[in-house]
Design a protein around this ligand. Structure first.
Ligand SMILES: Cc1cc2nc3c(=O)[nH]c(=O)nc-3n(C[C@H](O)[C@H](O)[C@H](O)COP(=O)(O)OP(=O)(O)OC[C@H]3O[C@@H](n4cnc5c(N)ncnc54)[C@H](O)[C@@H]3O)c2cc1C
Length: 313
């Protein structure tokens, strides 16, 4: 008799230890705020490792990022990670943001250089009194507070970077400055991630390099976004969404299938941690997490009414 194939999500002794984190952006309007919070409430019971909140280009969302992170601390038991960039700010200003986060109980920052003020494609010029790059910012955060620091990584090379080697040198500098995790730019070909991971490990970098997964909520938007970030969009992906511009229901099913295929392949190759770019929408991400074996735990996600600031994450 053929014995049943063991589930890829289960190993001897129980479920495989898969961990997820979710990225959100700070809302601009009351309506966006409402849909963000619906998404947070839907995803929170999946007990992510952390939820991160982005920082707008040029620091444009400083207050909104801060407000969103504070609300997560006040109203949930989630561990928030605040994104922070060096762009267009003096060191003293950035240091004040770091200190305010530390004071509010934030224990995790995602430290980034950020895009040039003129937009992607322009030459990046550090602020004369600012942090010069992401590694410098990581060191600055570590000097100010005992805060966990995550950084970015680029399996397909950052558009500003002359080579993958230069990228990996920068990653090494960020790790040497105190970063303990990197989340990657999104990618659609897993082979790109594995090739990059081999090079990172060969360079002696041992921190987790967590794959960034972008469920394709909207193919056109994804293609535009990819063009700006240096991520490639394979022809097979375009083909899968071909002809579906006016068919959102089928697009959603295809998006779920594409992301499922990607994460299952990553799991089969031993990946245990995933960072999801949620675009502030829960449904696809929730479904993919369910597929990964994550089940909601409704008992432990809302902060008690009298709890305003969370203890150390
Ligand atoms: C997980 C993740 C989260 C992000 N969150 C945000 C966010 O919240 N807000 C936001 O604005 N952006 C965000 N970004 C985008 C990021 O800010 C941009 O990609 C930015 O251009 C680079 O910042 P970095 O810290 O990722 O790059 P770095 O690690 O500083 O650099 C990436 C590569 O570019 C090279 N490089 C950097 N500067 C130069 C230069 N002047 N000349 C030549 N090469 C150079 C480096 O050597 C390195 O190889 C995020 C990206 C990722 C992957």
């Amino acid at each position: 008799m053929i014995s049943p194939r063991p589930s890829r999500f289960v190993e001897a002794g129980g479920r495989r230890g898969l961990h997820v984190s979710f990225e959100f952006f700070p809302p601009k309007t009351a309506e966006m705020e409402q849909s963000l919070w619906e998404s947070i409430r839907r995803l929170a019971p999946l007990k992510p490792n952390f939820v991160s909140v982005t920082y707008g280009a040029g620091g444009s969302t400083r207050e909104r990022t801060h407000a969103t992170v504070k609300r997560i601390l006040a109203e949930t038991l989630l561990t928030p990670a605040a994104h922070l960039t060096c762009v267009a700010a003096r060191r003293a200003e950035v240091d004040a943001v770091i200190a305010a986060y530390a004071q509010a109980g934030v224990r995790h920052i995602v430290a980034l250089r950020g895009d040039p003020v003129g937009g992607v494609g322009e030459r990046y010029t550090p602020h004369p009194q600012g942090y010069t790059n992401a590694a410098d910012l990581v060191a600055g955060i570590k000097r100010i507070a005992d805060i966990e620091v995550s950084v970015s990584a680029y399996p397909e090379k950052h558009p500003d970077s002359p080579s993958v080697e230069a990228d990996i040198d920068m990653l090494k500098a960020k790790v040497d400055a105190g970063a303990t995790r990197a989340m990657t730019q999104f990618f659609f070909e897993n082979s790109l991630y594995f090739r990059y991971l081999d090079r990172v490990r060969a360079a002696g970098i041992t921190i987790p390099i967590v794959p960034g997964i972008l469920p394709v909520q909207n193919f056109k938007q994804t293609r535009n976004f990819a063009a700006r970030t240096g991520a490639s969009v394979p022809a097979w992906l375009a083909d899968r969404f071909d002809g579906l511009d006016d068919d959102p229901a089928t697009r959603k099913l295809i998006a779920a299938a594409v992301a499922a295929e990607q994460v299952i392949d990553l799991v089969d190759h031993g990946v245990t941690d995933f960072h999801f770019y949620t675009m502030n929408r829960a449904d696809l991400v929730y479904a993919i997490c369910h597929l990964l074996g994550l089940r909601p735990d409704h008992g432990s996600t809302a902060a008690p009414a009298n709890q305003t600031v969370k203890e150390n994450a």
